[in-house]
Design a protein around this ligand. Structure first.
Ligand code: AP5
Ligand code: MG
Length: 188
């Protein structure tokens, strides 16, 4: 089972990932968390990613795809095919690359892409309550623009394949989780 979580910055991808990985026994792969891990360890990849993340821009596809390929090679994932992707793919080129990578490691196909649909007003409020280093108003504006320009086409990519599960992301964490679970059951 390969599930993708799509949504604007602050839409609740990380929050719902915790619940979904526990409920569905999936390995959580968050590209943002992987970049932040590299940053924390001061690796060259982390230093490269920092310039983009601080500005709220997407890290280039080739860098992101290589990092995900390395992650998929680890034994908890390789050949097992039980993954929840959070924040990846974020461009159509990344979505194409993911299909190829999953084929290479024999992990099956993407089963569902869940789009957590939340208003910009709500995501700005939610991020204000969190305060990560890329949560200041200017950077949030850039992240939202990157979402509209580069990631909204990914929603269309999965819709065209009949894999899109769009859920209303407003309301409590429990409400949204229940909608996602119901959407995944209906999609099977
Ligand atoms: P990434 O780490 O993926 O950040 P993001 O997409 O901007 O999303 P967030 O992590 O900020 O939000 P979220 O949707 O996980 O929401 P959360 O659950 O935390 O990416 C960071 C950067 O890395 C990018 O800008 C880019 O530079 C780079 N990057 C990452 N992936 C990349 C890729 N594939 N390609 C290129 N570059 C990439 O919730 C937010 C807040 O709201 C929390 O405080 C939470 O407690 C609260 N909350 C959640 N749900 C609810 C609810 N229902 N009610 C009330 N509060 C809620
Ligand atoms: Mg997140």
């Amino acid at each position: 089972m390969i599930v993708i979580l799509l949504g604007a910055p602050g839409s609740g991808k990380g929050t719902q990932s915790e619940r979904l990985t526990a409920a569905l026994d999936l390995v959580h792969i968050s590209s943002g968390d992987l970049f932040r891990d590299h940053l924390g360890r001061g690796t060259p990849l982390g230093e490269l990613a920092r310039t983009y993340m601080d500005a709220g821009a997407l890290v280039p596809d080739e860098v992101t795809i290589r990092m995900i390929a390395d992650r998929l090679d680890r034994p908890d994932v390789h050949g097992k095919g039980r993954v929840l992707f959070d924040g990846f793919p974020r461009t159509v080129a990344q979505a194409d690359a993911l299909d190829a990578l999953l084929g290479e490691i024999g992990a099956g196909n993407v089963g569902a892409a869940v789009f957590i649909d939340v208003s910009e007003t709500t995501v700005v409020e939610r991020m204000a309550g969190r305060g990560r280093s890329d949560d200041n108003p200017d950077v949030i504006r850039t992240r939202l623009a990157a979402f509209r320009r580069d990631t909204e086409p990914v929603i269309g990519f999965y819709r065209a394949q009949g894999k899109l599960v769009a859920v209303d992301g407003e309301g409590t964490v429990d409400d949204v989780f229940e909608r996602i679970m119901a959407g995944l059951v209906a999609c099977e």
